[in-house]
Design a protein around this ligand. Structure first.
Ligand code: ZN
Length: 388
């Protein structure tokens, strides 16, 4: 089954932005890209109505297996209270008390939101269970929604281990890892004041890597902790937040293979200074943008919102923001089959109701996603909730 998308006003490919373009999809993959005038024949046709066609967004950082919300904390922060990592424990208590059905229903609702807004690949972390059973069930549920699942037992030290952090690290690297690894592709650590220090992060990631998981890290959200350099040293696929960076951190990122994933929804929602994307890009660092959807510090599923903030306040051009939200996210997940419109890639495409992707930042908050194709699915927005 082949489909031609034609009448594309602007097509964004890795090499160039093409006007009057067409894309041929064959069996869920991109088979041809070029000028509409020379488009090959196909079984089916989609008219892009002169809109812009971009890759589906790759949201490489989310925490959508949880219960409850923390709107009251947001309201208090906007009134002047500061953010601390401790609020995570509130969501942990609610998540532990929820049924599998409740957790899956909430995550499925958020996946549907993401699809409506053009996201075709999403990573999902555990981290609101923090017991062997609650972490493994969170990952088992997440794995029904995506192949990009991340074990984040080291999100925060749970209250019952407040006086025995070493004991909790032993659990995270021992029985909890064994229970979670079958459901996870990645392992992550929140390396920050109030969560886990560099030595604990090193111990946790090293054991996870030995167990066959890929490494990722949260660091530099609230201050410099040395976690960014550790992530690069361990060959982590991505280090996420990167709001507070030393010169040595930037040098390490530029010399290494670790993607710097920026999460501007967090700074928006916690009223913190935004990360300096311009500094990172100029230093040669590969940068991704992601939503970090979670009920505490960033309850958004909108990649175009993140792009708008990145352009408005982080020094990115609209083209750089789009690349970070697509190919950047793919790099952060070490995926070479998504994030770009090129022959051989998955047919994950968004047709915008706008002549250019610039409108995603220029018209913030406006629903400009006209159609979302993913592989063999002609419009994921019409998919039943929970269908993969
Ligand atoms: Zn996060």
């Amino acid at each position: 089954m082949s489909t031609i998308i034609d009448n594309i006003g602007l097509l964004v490919t890795p090499e160039a932005e093409l006007a009057n373009a067409a894309v041929l999809i064959d069996d869920g993959y991109i088979a041809w890209v070029g000028a509409a005038a020379s488009a090959p024949a196909a079984d089916d046709r989609i008219d892009a109505a002169n809109g812009c066609v971009i890759p589906g967004f790759v949201d490489s950082h989310s925490h959508i297996v949880f219960a409850g919300d923390r709107a009251d904390e947001f309201e208090a922060r906007m009134a002047g209270r500061s953010y601390t990592a401790g609020g995570i424990r509130r969501t942990v208590a609610l998540t532990r008390a929820a049924t599998d059905e409740q957790l899956l229903a909430n995550a499925t609702r958020l996946i549907a939101e993401m699809r409506m807004q053009g996201t075709t690949t999403v990573e999902i972390k555990s981290g609101y269970g923090l017991t062997v059973d609650d972490e493994s069930r969170s990952l088992a549920l997440a794995s029904t929604l995506t192949s990009e699942t991340t074990y984040l037992g080291a999100h925060v030290v749970p209250v019952e281990y407040a006086d025995d952090v070493a004991g909790y690290v032993d659990l995270v690297t021992g029985r909890m890892l064994e229970a979670c690894a079958p459901h996870a592709r990645w392992i992550d650590v929140f390396c920050e004041d109030g969560a886990f220090d560099v030595d604990q992060a090193r111990a946790i990631l090293t054991v996870g890597i030995a167990r066959g998981l890929g490494a990722r890290m949260h660091s530099g959200q609230l201050g410099e902790s040395g976690g960014v350099r550790l992530a690069v040293e361990l060959g982590a696929a991505s280090v996420d937040h990167c709001t507070f960076l030393s010169d040595a951190d930037v040098d390490a990122l530029a010399a290494g293979t670790t993607v710097a994933t920026l999460l501007p929804g967090v700074e928006f929602s916690t009223r913190q200074p935004y990360p300096d994307a311009r500094l990172l890009i100029d230093a040669g660092v590969t940068v991704a943008l992601a939503c970090d959807c979670n009920p505490g510090s960033s309850y958004t599923t909108s990649m175009s919102f993140c792009m708008a903030v990145a352009v408005r306040d982080m020094g990115m051009t609209p083209a750089e923001a789009l690349r970070a939200a697509t190919a950047g996210g793919a790099a952060a997940l070490r995926r070479d089959d998504v994030g770009e419109i090129a022959v051989g890639k998955r047919a994950d495409l968004v047709i915008l109701d706008a002549p250019s992707y610039v409108h995603l930042a220029y018209r913030p908050g406006v629903p400009l996603v006209g159609r979302v194709l993913s592989g063999n699915v002609a419009d994921v927005r019409a998919m039943a909730p929970g269908a993969a």
